[in-house]
Design a binder for this molecule. Structure first.
Ligand code: UDP
Length: 395
């Protein structure tokens, strides 16, 4: 017998899809008492205008006008202001979601996107499916947007302590809250081999100080100026630049690489992130929640040089507060300064790695998958101790 899990996402940035893919990969490992089928649905893409333009609008706003995106984020992030946003958005989503539920007949609905939580609850009423649990998996850190916090969801999974506290303060009952960590792909838990072995596999030098530079799945923002500043700084390191899906940027950096004094490896979108993170010594990154959590799992200290205004501000604070990296968001000169203090500074890097050990999302996706599996059967969240026993068995 199989069960069906429906994941609601929006392809705004790579993070929501990565989180859904991470959990579905863990669901695929579950065989008993039933296996899972799943569907990951980019809901906005099938709704009415203007939602069809959401993914495009998000990329454009981030590429050309991040402050505009930030202003929108803050303008809607208050209880009353958010209710107005829900009133505007919900009718656009609700019908599409109801049809989706009736068509797919899921045993569990998992929302990995803030704007879909309330609409999913209403659409479940419309589809007359009260027994199908709705599980919200929050993928942001810090003072997350109001839209994430839905007290009526059957379970709310949070990545970290401060999000747990915020959910409690917004009325999510403790019995429905679970702190299971940011969902990262099970591959990050499963990487084996020493740093040297992984470098051999990846064709990287064994003895170089390896700095991994990236900007999420889309690879935009300040990635080009940061690459140039670091490559010109004359630091004793090898720089690996991950351009993600930004092919234009990749070829631009390839054209420039020959004239730069630092040895560079330039990559497009790669599925070797688990190995690269274990092989590297330092990460320089935008504060994407997925990348941060993965780096913590890989115990790869970081320097944050950029963030999406609003949404990723809490992630920057998370890095600062937990001592897992440095924050250098003011200028490329600040990034270079931060690296001067860290490259080959084993004592400081080791301190950051120890801090990462504490906040690392260990086996998060497998634990979330175990929760979904249990709720698919009964519809309600299992008691904490009951869940722990079953999750331990599932892992
Ligand atoms: N990623 C990847 N290959 C790449 C670049 C990025 O697999 O070449 C993954 C990365 O490991 C992470 C996700 O894309 O899981 C990026 O998510 P994040 O939340 O950091 O940022 P976003 O892309 O949503 O801005």
């Amino acid at each position: 017998m199989t069960k069906r899990a429906l994941f609601l996402i929006s392809d705004t940035g790579g993070g929501h899809r990565s989180a859904a893919n991470a959990i579905t990969a863990a669901l695929d490992e579950i065989r008993t008492p039933y296996a899972f089928q799943h569907r990951v649905e980019d809901v906005a893409a099938h709704c009415a205008f203007p939602l069809t333009q959401l993914g495009w609008g998000y990329s454009a706003a981030l590429r050309y006008a991040p402050p505009v995106y930030g202003a929108l984020y803050y303008a809607t992030n208050g209880r009353r202001r958010y209710r107005a946003l829900v009133r505007f958005c919900e009718p656009l989503y609700r019908e599409r979601l109801r049809d989706l539920f009736l068509d797919y007949r899921p045993d569990a609905i998992v929302s990995v996107h803030p704007l879909l939580n309330h609409a999913a609850l209403r659409a479940r009423d419309d589809a007359a499916m009260p027994g199908v649990p709705i599980i919200t998996v929050i993928t942001d850190l810090g003072k997350v947007h109001e839209s994430w916090l839905t007290p009526r969801a059957d379970a709310v999974v949070v990545p970290a302590r401060e999000v747990y506290e915020r959910a409690l303060s917004r009325g999510v009952p403790p019995a429905r809250l679970r702190m299971l960590g940011q969902p990262i792909h099970p591959k990050f838990d499963d990487v084996t081999g020493t740093k040297e072995e992984l470098r051999d596999q990846l064709g990287l030098q064994r003895d170089a100080f390896l700095t991994l530079l990236m900007a999420g799945g889309e690879g935009g923002g300040k990635l080009l100026p940061t690459t140039l500043a670091l490559a010109k700084a004359g630091l004793p390191m090898h720089l690996i630049v991950v351009c993600g899906r930004n092919e234009t940027l990749r070829s631009k950096i390839e054209d420039l690489a020959g004239a730069l004094p630092t040895p560079l490896t330039i990559l497009g979108f790669t599925n070797k992130m688990p190995e690269l993170m274990r092989a590297a010594d330092l990460l320089v990154t935008k504060a994407g929640p997925g990348t941060l959590a993965e780096a913590n799992a890989a115990q790869l200290p970081m320097v944050v040089y950029d963030y999406v205004p609003g949404q990723e501000r809490g992630n920057v604070e998370f890095v600062r507060r937990n001592g897992i990296g440095e924050v250098a968001i003011t200028s490329t000169a600040a990034v270079v300064r931060a690296l001067r203090g860290l490259v080959r500074n084993e004592a400081r890097l080791a301190a950051m790695r120890r801090a990462q050990e504490i906040v690392a999302p260990k086996r998060s996706s497998r634990r979330i998958a175990a929760l979904i599996a249990q709720m698919s059967a009964g519809g309600i969240i299992p008691a904490d101790d009951e869940y722990r026993a079953l999750a331990a068995a599932a892992i």
